[in-house]
Design a protein around this ligand. Structure first.
Ligand SMILES: Nc1ncnc2c1ncn2[C@@H]1O[C@H](COP(=O)(O)OP(=O)(O)OP(=O)(O)O)[C@@H](O)[C@H]1O
Length: 123
């Protein structure tokens, strides 16, 4: 019983740390906030234009993927800055690749948005 209680406590702590991470992203990371703003615009448009269930699924998955990519990118940047604070071409490349990953999914999300919302404006 004590083992189960400890395991639940440990899980709750993990949630607490994860929420701390999200709080940090929202409070201190401008790029994450821009993505969040874009997500809110997409959700508002979704309600306004009464998108279908499938379209909601695509919108929510895309929002999740973009925010997740930005969170990983930020985490990687922080780690790199500590592990290798000096300038180095390979370090720069690693950061550029991580930023490129965010750009790739953001472009995919923008295209999905244009297809979903564009079809409502120009049926
Ligand atoms: N240690 C480094 N060595 C070489 N190039 C670097 C290094 N750090 C950053 N860069 C270059 O500068 C770019 C921006 O890096 P930076 O860490 O400032 O990211 P950012 O997107 O501006 O993030 P933030 O604004 O959240 O700090 C990188 O993509 C990379 O090209």
């Amino acid at each position: 019983m004590r083992g189960l209680t400890n395991s639940i406590k440990k899980n709750l702590k993990s949630f607490k740390y994860a929420f701390q991470g999200i709080k940090f992203l929202v409070k201190e990371e401008n790029n994450f906030r821009y993505h969040l703003l874009a997500a809110m615009v997409a959700i508002t448009l979704g309600f306004y234009l009464q998108v279908t269930t499938t379209e909601w699924l695509v919108i929510i998955i895309m929002i999740g993927l973009v925010l997740m990519a930005e969170a990983f990118n930020t985490s990687l940047e922080k780690l790199i800055d500590i592990l290798h604070p000096e300038l180095h071409p390979k370090v720069g490349k690693a950061k550029d690749i991580a930023a490129g990953a965010v750009l790739l999914i953001a472009i995919a999300a923008a295209i999905a948005g244009i297809i979903i919302f564009g079809a409502k404006f120009y049926p």
